[in-house]
Design a protein around this ligand. Structure first.
Ligand code: FAD
Length: 512
C-alpha cells in the first residue's frame, strides 16, 4: 500500500478505486470511466504515472462525461476485481497506456462517441457536428446565453475537446461544425480552420479573435467571457473565506485593469496584516517574533511603495532590532504603527480599499489575494534589486522572500489549512530554488497549483474564476502546445512576471 500511495494520492486529480468501491462507483455512475489498472511495483507504471496524472488534470473539467480512475492490482484485496474488470471492462486499456497523452485524450473522445443514444452518459453534451440550419437560425436572434461554434476538419478533435472543457460552465453553449459545410463557412465568412465563431446574447456575432488557434486558447477565451461562470452550488457564496473576515464593507465597485497591480491592494493588505491578523496575537516571542522581524525586514527593504510606507516599515524594523526584549506585547507595535509614527508623518493606509483584489461579495478575495500579490511583487523586487537586502542577514539568499513567506503563512496566516498546504509544497520543492529567478517561477507555479486545487471550490469568486495564470489574453507567448498538450513557455512566463509584478506596473490609482 505504501507503494501505491506513492504512485497516486488523494491530491491527484484521479479517483482511487478499490474492490470495495469500484463497482459501486463505476456501474452506478452517470459518466463514463477510463480506468487504469496498474501494479504499484511495475517500473513502467511508475514511469507512466506522471503522464496519467497530467491527462487526468487536463480533462478534469470533463468529469461529468468521463472520469479517470486508478486501481492498484498489486494490492491483495484488489486481485479479484482486477481480473474481472481489467479484461472485460476496458480491454484496450493496455494499448492506450503506451500512447502519447494527446492520443489517449482523443481515444477518450472516441470512446464517448461510441456510446449509443441508449447508453449515452447523462452528463455528456452532444459531440456530433451541429446542423447548419440550427446555427444560422441564431443570426440576429437575442438569447440568454452565448453560442460558440468551433469550425474544424473532420479528423480534428479540437471542437469536441472545447465542448467538453466548457461542460462545467454555464452561460454558453459550445457546438462544432465541419469545414466540409462550405455554405455555412461562406455565410459566416470563415476561410480557414480551426476557427471559432461567437454568437453573443445581444444578437451580435463575429469570428472569435484568439492569438493562437489552439484548444487552450479557445477554451480559456470562452471561460473568461463576462457572464460565463463555473456552475456552483448555491451555498458557496455564504461561506466566508477563512482569514478574510472583518475587512469592513465593500462599498462601490472600482474599475481596474487585469494587466495592472494596484498599490491600494498592497497597502490594504499590509493594513489588514498589521492591524487585524497580527493583532490577534497578544505578544510576540521566540520563533513568532523572529518570523515577524524577518517579515518586516524583507518588506521594509523590498516594498516598492510610497515613501511614507517604506519609512514606516524601516522605522518599525529599527525599533524591533533595537529592542533587547525576548517578548514584545503586540499592543506596543500597534501603538507605534497607529500613533507614534504618525507624528513624523509616517502612516499606513487606515482602511481597506481592494481594487484588483475586490470581490463580488465582502467575504471573497481581498486579503488572501493581496498577500499573494505582495509576495509575487517581493520575489520580483528581490531579483530586480539584488543589493536591497545587504546587511540584513538575507544577502545573496535567493530564498529570502520565499522562506519569509513560508514562515509568515505558517505562523500567522489566519487560514491554517492554507498554511498546511503551503508548507507541504515548500517541503517538497523549495530546495530546488537556486536563484532569484527560480524563486519568482516557484511562487508562480505553486500559486497555479493552488488555483488548480481550488477550481470550483467554495472560496472561488464566480466573477473571478480560478484559472491557470497568466491567461492567454494577458500573455499569449507564455502558452504553447506540444503534441497537442498545453505547455508553458517558462522563459516567457518569467519575463511576464518580472514586468507584471515590477515596480513600474504598480498603479497608484485609489491608493492613499
Ligand atoms: P488569488 O489566487 O488570491 O490571486 C490573486 C491574483 O494573483 C489574481 O487575481 C491574479 O492576478 C494573480 N495570480 C493568479 N495566479 C497567479 C500565479 N500563478 N502567479 C502569479 N500571479 C497569479 N484558499 C483555500 O481555500 N485553500 C488553500 O489551501 C489556500 N492556500 C493559500 C495559500 C496561500 C499562501 C495564500 C496567500 C492563499 C491561499 N488560499 C487558499 C486563498 C486562495 O489562494 C485565494 O487567495 C483566495 O481564494 C482569493 O482568490 P482570488 O480569486 O482573489 O485570486
Amino acid at each position: 500500500l505504501a507503494q501505491s500511495a506513492r504512485l497516486y494520492t488523494e491530491q491527484d486529480p484521479v479517483v482511487i478505486l478499490s474492490s470495495d468501491s469500484l463497482k459501486q462507483t463505476v456501474l452506478n455512475s452517470s459518466s463514463a470511466w477510463l480506468l487504469q489498472f496498474y501494479s504499484s511495483w511495475c517500473g513502467h507504471c511508475i514511469q507512466y504515472s506522471p503522464t496519467w496524472k497530467a491527462l487526468a488534470g487536463d480533462v478534469k473539467d470533463w468529469a461529468q462525461a468521463i472520469q479517470i480512475g486508478v486501481v492498484d492490482c498489486a494490492h491483495e484485496k484488489n486481485f479479484d476485481i482486477c481480473k474481472e474488470f481489467g479484461i472485460h471492462f476496458y480491454p484496450t486499456f493496455r494499448v492506450w497506456a503506451d500512447r502519447e497523452l494527446q492520443t489517449v485524450r482523443q481515444l477518450m473522445v472516441n470512446f464517448l462517441q461510441n456510446h449509443t443514444k441508449h447508453d449515452w452518459p447523462v452528463g455528456c453534451p452532444p459531440l456530433d457536428p451541429a446542423r447548419s440550419e440550427g446555427i444560422l437560425s441564431l443570426m440576429g436572434k437575442k438569447t440568454e446565453f452565448y453560442t460558440a461554434v468551433i469550425f474544424e476538419d473532420e479528423d480534428s478533435y479540437i471542437g469536441r475537446e472545447v465542448i467538453l472543457d466548457l461542460m462545467p460552465y454555464e452561460g454558453l453553449a459550445v457546438k462544432r461544425a465541419l469545414s466540409s459545410d462550405k455554405l455555412l463557412m461562406e455565410k459566416l465568412g470563415i476561410s480557414s480552420v480551426p476557427s471559432a465563431y461567437l454568437f453573443y446574447p445581444n444578437s451580435t456575432h463575429t469570428v472569435m479573435n484568439v492569438q493562437k488557434r489552439l484548444r487552450f486558447f479557445f477554451s480559456s477565451f470562452l471561460k473568461l467571457l463576462p457572464g460565463v461562470h463555473r456552475k456552483q452550488s448555491t451555498s458557496s457564496l455564504q461561506h466566508p473565506q477563512p482569514g478574510n473576515n472583518g475587512q469592513g464593507t465593500q462599498v462601490e465597485w472600482k474599475e481596474f485593469e487585469k494587466s495592472k497591480v494596484y498599490m491600494a491592494d498592497l497597502e490594504s493588505g499590509l493594513h489588514y496584516l498589521m492591524r487585524v491578523e497580527l493583532a490577534t496575537h497578544k505578544t510576540l516571542e521566540g520563533e513568532e517574533l523572529k518570523t515577524f522581524k524577518d517579515f518586516v525586514t524583507v518588506v521594509a527593504k523590498l516594498f516598492p511603495g510610497h515613501q511614507s510606507v517604506v519609512k514606516l516599515l524601516e522605522t518599525l524594523l529599527e525599533w524591533l532590532v533595537s529592542l533587547p526584549l525576548e517578548k514584545i506585547p503586540y499592543d506596543a507595535i500597534l501603538d507605534l504603527v497607529n500613533n507614534k509614527m504618525r507624528i513624523s508623518g509616517l502612516y499606513l493606509s487606515e482602511q481597506v480599499q481592494w481594487v484588483g483584489c475586490q470581490g463580488s461579495s465582502v467575504a471573497l478575495r481581498g486579503y488572501p489575494c493581496s498577500l499573494w500579490t505582495l509576495f509575487h511583487v517581493l520575489t520580483v523586487q528581490a531579483a530586480n534589486r539584488p543589493d536591497a537586502l545587504a546587511n540584513t542577514g538575507f544577502e545573496d539568499d535567493p530564498l529570502a522572500v520565499l522562506q519569509t513567506m513560508r514562515r509568515y503563512i505558517g505562523t500567522f496566516f489566519g487560514c491554517q489549512e492554507c498554511g498546511k498546504h503551503f508548507e507541504e509544497m515548500a517541503q517538497e520543492s523549495l530546495n530546488q530554488v537556486k536563484s532569484v529567478d527560480d524563486a519568482i517561477l516557484w511562487l508562480w507555479r505553486k500559486h497555479n497549483q493552488v488555483n488548480a486545487r481550488l477550481t470550483g471550490s467554495m472560496s472561488q469568486d464566480p466573477m473571478f474564476p480560478k484559472t491557470q495564470w497568466p491567461t492567454p489574453d494577458l500573455c499569449p507567448t507564455c502558452h504553447e502546445e506540444q503534441e497537442g498538450l498545453h505547455v508553458w513557455n517558462e522563459q516567457m512566463v518569467l519575463a511576464f512576471l518580472r514586468q507584471h509584478y515590477g515596480a513600474s506596473n504598480i498603479s497608484p490609482k485609489y491608493s492613499s
